[in-house]
Design a protein around this ligand. Structure first.
Ligand code: ZN
Length: 245
């Protein structure tokens, strides 16, 4: 069972922004919940910024195998103390899936150690090319995906060197972008995926939904650690061998 927590700043939704509610009537977190609940073997909960502890108490983090993150305008409202806890959970093996404008979220910046700056403009036509078709995250999706209209993100994208680059976006503004990137930090895996501006309907595109589902499955690490730090070696290998004889 993969325990997934979906975090959303839920800011536009709480403020009744019609253009966002038109695409995500129950909030982006519930659109994402619907996508992930289509998978077998998952247990999904949502958490939002307006809840106590931003919805991410120690208990919730402890019970999360994969944390999906969507934020845009409220990155700074996430307390540094929580960012540090998220970072530690990733190092211990929790998967992390920052989506779209979450390229700027504090936990990703902390994990990568870069500004995560990029160039952008409003609605452009996007085509997504898979550059690593054999990767588990790319299974069951075409090599070229017609995303349609989404916010344009462009290189240069100031991220740490990727472990794997899986998707590259082309926009009809002439820009290109590394849209699907992975990293490992400690025992944890990270997958950043670009589509999903709040007023565009990319999360209703079957190929985008499949990539998010594949991402959640790939991010799951069954061998999570319970603590950080190196254990003290009580018995040397030599002594252990003697005992076994
Ligand atoms: Zn956006």
């Amino acid at each position: 069972m993969i325990r997934v927590t979906i975090w959303n700043e839920n800011y536009d939704e709480r403020n009744g922004v019609k253009e966002v509610l038109a695409v995500h009537p129950d909030g982006i977190h519930n659109t994402l919940k619907e996508i992930i609940e289509e998978m077998d073997g998952v247990e999904v909960r949502t958490a939002t910024l307006d809840q106590p502890d931003c919805g991410l108490s120690d208990e919730v983090l402890e019970q999360t195998d994969v944390l999906v993150w969507w934020s845009h305008k409220q990155h700074d409202q996430v307390p540094d103390e929580l960012v540090q806890k998220i970072q530690e959970h990733v190092l211990k093996g929790m998967g992390f899936l920052p989506l779209h404008s979450s390229h700027y979220c504090k936990p990703l910046k902390a994990l990568l150690g870069t500004t995560c700056d990029l160039a952008w403009r409003d609605d452009c036509y996007e085509r997504l090319f898979c550059v690593k078709p054999g990767h588990p995250i790319a299974q069951g999706v075409p090599d070229c995906i017609e995303v349609g209209i989404d916010e344009m993100y462009s290189e240069p994208f100031d991220i740490a060197e990727t472990d794997e680059l899986i998707f590259v976006a082309w926009f009809d503004s002439g820009n290109v972008f590394r849209s699907g990137c992975t990293w490992t930090r400690g025992y944890g895996k990270i997958f950043y995926f670009q589509p999903g501006h709040e007023t565009n309907s990319s999360y209703h595109n079957p190929a985008i939904r499949r990539i998010i589902q594949n991402g959640v499955r790939w991010l799951y690490n069954p061998k999570q650690r319970t603590t950080l730090g190196s254990p003290h070696v009580e018995v040397t290998l030599e002594e252990q061998r003697k005992q076994e004889k």
